[in-house]
Ligand binder design. Structure first.
Ligand SMILES: [Zn+2]
Length: 489
C-alpha cells in the first residue's frame, strides 16, 4: 500500500511542484521465499518530463509498478506484493517454484524473440510475467493484487518488439481489463483507488475498441466524488475521444529531439552511403557526421539502423571502430561492446573489399573484427585481454560481446576463471551479458560466488559500482534460470 500511496502522492504533486531530478537507488533485498539477498532498484525521486500517457505509461506509478524476480529461487511479484508475502503463502510459492517448468504458460513469441534478439530484455520480461502469474495464483486470493499485476504486464507488452503484430498487446490488454473489473466488484480498493481503476478500465476498453463500455466507465470515474481531479479531467477527455469513435491506443510517443534535429536525422538514410565513403577513406569527421545538434546523435541513429540490418550502417560501424585510437576506445568503453555485438549479429553484411582497405589504429581491433565476421577462434590478443585479470580493455569488451553472439562456448572457461578474480565495472557488464545468453545451470555456482563478492553498503542509499556489478551478475543468474524453466537455450 505504501508504494501505491507514494506514487499517487508524487504523481499528483508533480503538477504543482517544481521538478526534481530522477534518481534510482539500488539496495540489497532479502527474498521472503528463499531468504537470499539480491540487488533491487528503487526510485529515490522522480522527474516528470511530460504528461504521462493516458494509461499511466511514463508516470512514476508505472515506473515502480513492475515485477521483480529473485534470481535465486525465481519468486516474482510487484514490489508491494513482494514484500508482503505471508508465511503460509511463502510455503505454497516455494512448493510451486520446485516444478515451475510444468506450471508456466509458454508463448510462441518467446521463440521468436530468442531468434531475433538473443536473450533480450523483452524475452526476459515476458518470462518473468509468466512466472509472476504462477506465484500470484499460489497466494491468498487478492483481486486487487492480481489486477495490478495484469495491468503491469499490459504496459510492459507495449514495448515488446511485437514483430509487426500486436497480439501480445491486445491479449494482455484484454486480460488486464477483465482482471481490473473483477477487482472493482469486490472491496479491494478504497473509493479513491476505485475511481482511478474505473478510469483505467474505461481507457483500456476504449483501446480494445469497445466504445460503449469505455464511455460508461469513463463517465462513472469522472462523476465519482472520490476521483482525483487530474484523473477526472482525463476521464472526460478520453470519454470524448471514445464518443468520437477514436480507439487509438496510447502507444509510446516520446520525443527526444527538437524538430530541426529530427529533420536532420531523417536525412541520415539518404546521406549514409556518402558518409560511409568518407569515414572509410580517412576524411575528417565533419564529412561523416551530421551537423548541428544531430551530430551527437549520428552514431546512435546509425546503431539503430544497423540493428535493423542496414548494410551501410553495419559497414559504417566497422569503419568507425577502425579509426579509434587506444585512448578513444578507452573513453568509449561500455559502448564498444554493443557496436561489436551489432557487427557480429549482422556479419553477412560486412563488405570484405571495404574491410581489407581499412587502416586500424589498434591492431587488436582488426583481429576481433575478423572474429566477428568469420566466427572462428577468439584471437590471441583478445584472449590476453580477458585473462589479464584487471578490467577489460576495449578489445576484450568487443571480443566478449562477439563471443556472446557466436555463443562461443570455448570462451567460457576463460571467463569463468576470470570470475574468481576481482574485476572492474566494464568487465562485469560484458561477462554478465555473455552468461545471460550462453550460461547454463552449471555456471551458477561460479556466478553466485562472484555476486557475493559485491556487498553494497546498506547504509548508503546508492553504493555504486558494487550494487551495479552485483546486479549484472544476478541478471545473468536470473536469465539462466528462466531459460532453463522455459527450455529456451
Ligand atoms: Zn528467492
Amino acid at each position: 500500500m505504501f508504494w501505491r500511496r507514494l506514487c499517487f502522492f508524487v504523481f499528483f504533486a508533480m503538477v504543482v511542484s517544481p521538478a526534481k531530478a530522477t534518481t534510482v537507488m539500488s539496495r540489497l533485498q532479502q527474498c521472503p521465499v528463499c531468504q537470499k539477498e539480491f540487488v533491487t532498484r528503487e526510485f529515490g525521486s522522480w522527474f516528470q518530463f511530460s504528461e504521462p500517457e493516458r494509461d499511466m505509461e511514463g508516470s512514476l506509478f508505472s515506473a515502480v509498478s513492475k515485477v521483480k524476480t529473485c534470481p535465486y529461487c525465481l519468486f516474482t511479484a510487484l514490489p508491494e506484493g513482494f514484500e508482503r508475502l505471508e508465511t503460509n503463502e511463502a510455503v505454497a510459492v516455494r512448493q510451486a517454484l520446485k516444478d515451475l517448468s510444468k506450471r508456466v504458460k509458454r508463448l510462441p513469441q518467446m521463440e521468436q524473440f530468442q531468434t531475433t534478439d538473443g536473450t533480450s530484455d523483452s524475452l526476459l520480461k515476458l518470462m518473468e510475467y509468466r512466472v509472476a502469474e504462477v506465484c500470484d495464483s499460489m497466494r491468498k486470493k487478492d483481486l486487487a493484487r492480481s489486477a495490478e499485476l495484469a495491468f503491469a504486464e499490459y504496459r510492459i507488452s507495449k514495448y515488446y518488439p511485437v514483430l509487426e503484430n500486436f497480439t501480445l498487446v491486445t491479449t494482455s490488454r484484454l486480460r488486464a481489463t477483465t482482471s481490473i473489473e473483477a477487482a472493482l466488484t469486490g472491496n479491494a480498493w478504497t473509493n479513491r483507488d476505485k475511481a482511478f481503476w474505473t478510469y483505467l478500465s474505461g481507457e483500456l476498453r476504449r483501446c480494445n475498441g469497445d466504445v460503449e463500455g469505455a464511455v460508461r466507465r469513463l463517465d462513472e470515474a469522472a462523476n465519482s466524488s472520490a476521483c482525483p481531479i487530474e484523473i477526472a479531467r482525463w476521464a472526460k477527455e478520453q470519454a470524448g475521444k471514445a464518443r468520437a469513435g477514436d480507439t487509438n491506443s496510447s502507444l509510446p510517443n516520446i520525443k527526444l529531439h527538437r524538430d530541426e534535429t529530427e529533420a536532420l536525422l531523417a536525412e541520415l538514410p539518404a546521406k549514409l552511403p556518402r558518409m560511409l565513403t568518407a569515414i572509410s577513406t580517412g576524411q575528417p569527421s565533419s564529412e561523416w557526421l551530421l551537423s548541428g545538434e544531430a551530430k551527437t546523435w549520428t552514431n546512435s541513429r546509425v546503431n539503430e539502423m544497423a540493428s535493423k540490418g542496414n548494410a551501410d550502417a553495419v559497414n559504417f560501424l566497422v569503419a568507425w571502430l577502425s579509426r579509434l585510437t587506444a585512448k578513444e576506445l578507452k573513453e568509449r568503453s561500455g559502448s564498444i561492446g554493443h557496436v561489436a555485438w551489432l557487427i557480429a549479429k549482422h556479419r553477412t553484411l560486412v563488405d570484405s573489399a571495404l574491410f581489407q582497405k581499412l587502416k586500424f589504429q589498434v591492431p587488436g581491433m582488426r583481429d576481433v573484427m575478423i572474429y566477428a565476421v568469420q566466427a572462428q577462434e577468439i584471437p590471441q590478443s583478445a584472449e590476453k585481454s580477458i585473462t589479464r585479470g584487471s578490467d577489460l580493455d576495449a578489445v576484450g569488451e568487443a571480443a566478449v560481446a562477439i563471443a556472446t553472439v557466436h555463443q562461443d562456448k570455448a570462451v567460457k572457461p576463460l571467463l569463468r576463471a576470470h570470475l574468481k578474480k576481482s574485476s572492474g565495472y566494464g568487465w562485469v557488464e560484458a561477462v554478465g551479458k555473455f552468461f545471460s545468453d550462453v550460461g547454463t545451470i552449471d555456471d551458477i555456482p561460479a556466478l553466485e560466488a562472484s555476486a557475493k563478492k559485491f556487498q553494497p553498503d546498506r547504509k548508503k542509499r546508492f553504493d555504486w559500482p558494487d550494487s551495479s556489478m552485483r546486479e549484472d551478475i544476478e541478471a545473468a543468474i536470473l536469465s539462466i534460470r528462466l531459460r532453463e524453466v522455459f527450455a529456451i537455450q
